[in-house]
Design a protein around this ligand. Structure first.
Ligand SMILES: [Zn+2]
Length: 468
């Protein structure tokens, strides 16, 4: 049975969705004001591994991953400039153009990393009505109050505000109070904005909407996820995921808003992934270490090398990125693919369909069910490749595992050996069996001209690309 580590209980728990085989899953998506670095893409890949694991185990997944295109300030705690405006100024474009541009880049990056597309990809600016309705409900119930600058959530009114982070309320006072001298009418330093008015530091805000609270303005970042998840998935979600940095503020605030508005539990399982470090330090654009996927490609790596690298660390562990470590991952993937090639070449002359090998299948399932132990699942794939079984069975089992690993194994093998090359290989085999060696050699040359090598083994010939 699938076990997941639930941040709110700090324990690994058996996973039971609300509806027997259907999983309502919300994942906090990117703020689309800049290219996402590979640290963010690791977080996205970890969510993909969760989705693939659920699908592998027979669940249906309703996956929502949002785009924040308004309201996320440069500090997560209501301070600073709207990131979309920052991006718009940087590039001399409108926030809308900036959102379109970076959504496009993000969708390309996630597609080449072989992340399954979510069922819903809501943009925050398309759900302003739902956000306003939820804020109004909070005002009506006495959980929110209006000042000259914003509508705030009153954290002192919500019991268990700190239940996810387990921070002490006094510490929150000290932490959240810092820098937030912008609104003296705020009651508690940890109170957070549900709606910012076009006033004060935001008097020149570029994206604003009319509001029922006197002035136009724009939503706070946290209410976006609460409103979109409720609209698309309902009041209670099975799983909500995001980076560990969201525990003390963003997710804490999402719980407060959603539960205060609905009176019901917001999320049953909270999952948080750890960060990708670079050379042991936080990734930072300012230090030139906020690498993008295209930079990884420019260094000669395949996106699947990066995906393989991500598979090597558990989502709750920090992973340290270095170019050497990525090279090692690329070499390991190359090795895995070469082994798979040999099997594929052996299977083709045989032509029979393989069967999934039970022993490895159960070990694989055990690994992924253990709070997504993907590094262990990858180890099982290696044991399978090195095991003594029929090539067609090994290959069939490997393809099955790749439904979770997502390394495009089958696709790469089929792409790497085009049908026309395989036809030549078959023709050469026939010629050799008829002892027409000169003609067979001629065909071998044709194969090599197409970029492939043929090696003769006792069970038949093996074809490999000259370069992987
Ligand atoms: Zn969120």
């Amino acid at each position: 049975m699938l076990q997941l580590y639930n941040t709110i209980s700090r324990r690994q728990e058996p996973f039971t969705p609300l509806e027997s085989k259907k999983v309502r899953f919300y994942h906090c998506g990117p703020t689309v004001y800049w290219t996402q670095h590979i640290g963010n893409l690791r977080g996205m890949t970890m969510a993909d591994l969760l989705v693939r694991t659920l699908l592998y185990l027979g669940y249906e997944v309703v996956h929502v991953r949002n785009y924040t295109d308004v309201g996320h300030l440069t500090s997560d705690m209501d301070v600073g400039e709207d990131k979309m405006e920052k991006g718009a100024k940087r590039e001399g474009k409108t926030p809308q153009e900036i959102a379109d541009k970076y959504i496009r880049i993000f969708e390309t990056d996630t597609a080449v990393l072989n992340l399954l597309a979510p069922k819903y990809k809501p943009r925050a600016t398309d759900y302003i009505t739902e956000m306003k309705d939820m804020i109004q409900a909070l005002v009506d119930k006495g959980y929110a109050y209006v000042t000259d600058l914003a509508v705030y959530f009153d954290v002192s009114r919500f019991e268990g505000y700190n239940k996810l982070s387990r921070q002490k309320m006094e510490e929150l006072d000290a932490g959240a109070g810092k820098g937030d001298v912008q609104d003296p009418a705020k009651r508690h330093p940890a109170d957070f904005a549900l709606w910012f008015f076009k006033a004060g530091v935001h008097k020149n805000a570029l994206q604003t909407w009319p509001s029922p609270w006197g002035k136009e303005g724009f939503p706070g970042w946290h209410i976006e996820c609460s409103a979109m998840s409720r609209k698309l998935l309902g009041r209670t979600l099975d799983i909500h995921m995001g980076g560990v940095e969201h525990i003390p503020v963003h997710h804490t605030n999402e719980i407060a808003q959603s539960e205060a508005a609905s009176g019901e539990r917001f999320v049953n399982y909270w999952l948080h992934n750890e960060h990708l470090l670079v050379n042991g330090r936080k990734m930072a654009k300012s230090e030139g270490t906020g690498y993008s996927l295209s930079e990884v490609g420019e260094k000669g790596f395949d996106p699947m090398d990066l995906r393989y690298f991500f598979l090597q660390a558990h989502y709750r562990s920090r992973q340290n990125f270095t170019w050497e470590a990525l090279s090692a991952a690329a070499a390991a993937r190359d090795n895995l693919m070469r082994k798979a090639f040999v099997l594929k070449s052996l299977v083709l002359p045989v032509g029979s369909k393989g069967a999934i090998i039970g022993k490895y299948n159960s070990e694989f399932e055990e690994a992924i069910s253990d709070d997504l132990n993907i590094p262990q699942a990858l180890a099982v794939a290696w044991q399978l490749l090195d095991g003594k079984h029929k090539p067609q069975d090994i290959l069939t089992t490997l393809y099955d595992f790749d439904r979770v690993l997502g390394l495009r194994i089958r696709e790469s093998l089929e792409r790497q050996i085009p049908a026309e090359v395989m036809e030549l290989v078959d023709r050469r085999e026939r010629l050799r069996s008829e002892k027409r060696f000169a003609e067979a050699d001629n065909v071998r040359q044709q194969i090599e001209e197409k970029g492939y090598l043929v090696e003769d083994k006792d069970k038949g010939s093996v074809v490999k690309p000259k370069e992987f």
